[in-house]
Design a binder for this molecule. Structure first.
Ligand code: ADP
Ligand code: MG
Ligand code: MG
Length: 476
């Protein structure tokens, strides 16, 4: 029968079926689960209506050199985010045209401006990031898709997919001609919990808690609960979960800056919501965001870190001589630049013209997160022509990016207990944790990885958005 993602022979359909059963049973028994859309309460009541997470049956293959390259980039990107975050004028100026046409970015910038006006200093700075890459088949190079600085998902579940794939390969190894040791270790959830606990240590108030900001309905809550678990069990730190509207109703900032929510002092605010306009349905949520920013709690991310993760800033950083403003080490700068794909602002008339002529070579991106927002193919042409007609600054809401074409390979994707084989492409995410207290860098680490695999005909990539499945990687 067919091959599993490239090389070795994949087992016959009966064996695939058996493996898929073993895999989904393992998921249920080890917490590799998400809320089931079919059960109405699955996004609000833990332990109700669970289904195994969408997964790939076997890991995606990746040459070891690209893996090393991606890992090596993590601490450099962590440092870069921190440096850029300190340049408030750069953030404000780079996003000044975007704010005219994008209300969400404008609200974030308004909070950022207020913090600049009062000279707000964030001495303890915690970043939990994920830099995403695809392997471009034309150039055989690893290119960055984007840098995420807020609410990065799947540190909990990705560690489990790695474990699952090792178990399956150990069990069916002879059949598959695979060696489980070729799957790199992945303990992202423990490392994120450690970073949060060390930020809590730096804050240095024994009775304080970590506050996780969550959406009112969250089917990916078990991914979050893995971090809650490690914070408590490995570090003795308590986590409370609050929505932005609960924060607005239950919190105050004391004169010394202490953030108190529902009677508890908050050491670290860990955002797993707040990255999309949908999370701010009323003024209450914006006022909660501002209040937290004004407090002395460690924000993960701070408003500055959040803005550094916008697609507009990614594009500005890719311009000539901009990285040099923030980093000194020439080798590190070269390493970053090597993974930058083509990125353009829509001020550039030439590139807009090219994108209208050959839209398949570009992706048009607004300033949004969470998947499902980008524009591809003929829609790029249509949208650009429409925006040009609208005139004014309408184009400034977007950036253009070179489209990356990864090589497709066959894989078995398992969803809702059903396995099907498809031509797929994969996206590698490398987690990073950065913690700093004034001049002391407490942590600057690569923290495991997320592999996401999707059918090659799908443009978008989000797992939660329903496009991709969780995967791990197999070094070749
Ligand atoms: P988001 O912040 O919403 O995740 P991304 O920039 O990561 O936005 O884009 C979402 C998905 O679209 C990615 O996971 C990837 O699958 C696809 N994508 C984004 N940029 C490119 C690109 N330049 N080439 C090919 N696919 C892309
Ligand atoms: Mg993304
Ligand atoms: Mg993103």
């Amino acid at each position: 029968m067919s091959t599993a993602k490239g090389n070795p022979p994949s087992p016959d359909p009966a064996a695939v079926e058996e493996m898929a059963r073993d895999a989904t049973a393992w998921c249920a028994m080890h917490g590799l689960v998400v809320g089931d859309r079919a059960e109405q309460r699955s996004g609000t009541v833990p332990g109700v209506g669970l289904v195994h997470a969408p997964i790939s049956l076997l890991p995606a293959r990746l040459p070891e050199s690209f893996w090393s390259q991606a890992c090596e980039l993590a601490p450099i990107f962590n440092e870069l985010v921190d440096r850029v975050s300190l340049d408030g004028d750069f953030l404000q100026d780079s996003l000044s045209k975007t704010r005219q046409v994008d209300d969400f970015t404008s609200r974030l910038l308004e909070i950022h401006r207020k913090m600049m006006d009062i000279n707000k200093e964030e001495n303890i700075r915690l970043g939990l990031h994920r830099s995403d890459y695809m392997l471009d088949s034309e150039t055989n190079s690893l290119l960055q898709i984007e840098m995420n600085t807020i609410s990065v998902s799947f540190p909990g579940l990705c560690s489990l997919v790695t474990k699952l794939h090792r178990v399956l390969i150990n069990q069916y190894g002879n059949l598959l001609c695979l060696d489980s040791k070729r799957i790199p270790e992945n303990v992202a959830s423990q490392q994120f919990a450690e970073a949060l606990s060390r930020a809590w240590d730096e804050f240095n108030v024994d009775s304080a808690v970590v506050m996780m900001i969550v959406q009112p309905e969250e089917r990916n809550m078990y991914d979050q609960y893995w971090i809650v678990k490690y914070l408590k069990e490995s570090h003795g730190v308590t986590t409370i979960r609050k929505t932005l509207s609960e924060v607005e109703a239950e919190s105050q900032v004391l004169p010394d800056g202490t953030l108190v929510v529902d009677g508890r002092t908050v050491a670290v605010v860990y955002f797993r919501a707040g990255y999309t306009p949908n999370d701010y349905p009323s003024e209450a949520e914006w006022s909660a965001r501002l209040l937290m920013e004004q407090s002395s709690a460690v924000k993960c991310p701070s408003i500055s870190y959040h803005l550094v993760g916008t697609k507009k800033i990614q594009q500005e950083l890719a311009k000539p001589n901009v990285l040099e403003r923030f980093l000194e080490n020439k080798e590190e700068i070269a390493k970053l630049r090597q993974c930058f794909a083509g990125l353009w602002s829509l001020d550039d008339e030439e590139i807009v013209k090219s994108a209208i002529e050959t839209p398949d070579l570009f992706v048009l991106k607004p300033q949004r997160e969470g998947g499902g927002n980008n524009i591809y193919g003929l829609d790029v042409r249509e949208t650009l022509i429409r925006l040009q007609k609208e005139g004014g600054d309408a184009l400034s809401a977007y950036i253009l990016m070179q489209r990356i074409f990864p090589k497709a390979s066959l894989a078995n994707l398992v969803r809702g207990g059903v396995s099907h084989e498809a031509l797929t492409i994969s996206e590698l995410g490398i987690y990073g944790a950065y913690l700093r207290n004034k001049d002391k860098v407490v942590m600057n680490d690569q923290c495991g990885y997320l592999m996401r695999t999707k059918v090659s005909s799908s443009d978008e990539g989000g797992v939660a958005a329903g496009f991709a499945v969780l995967d791990s990687l197999y070094l070749t």
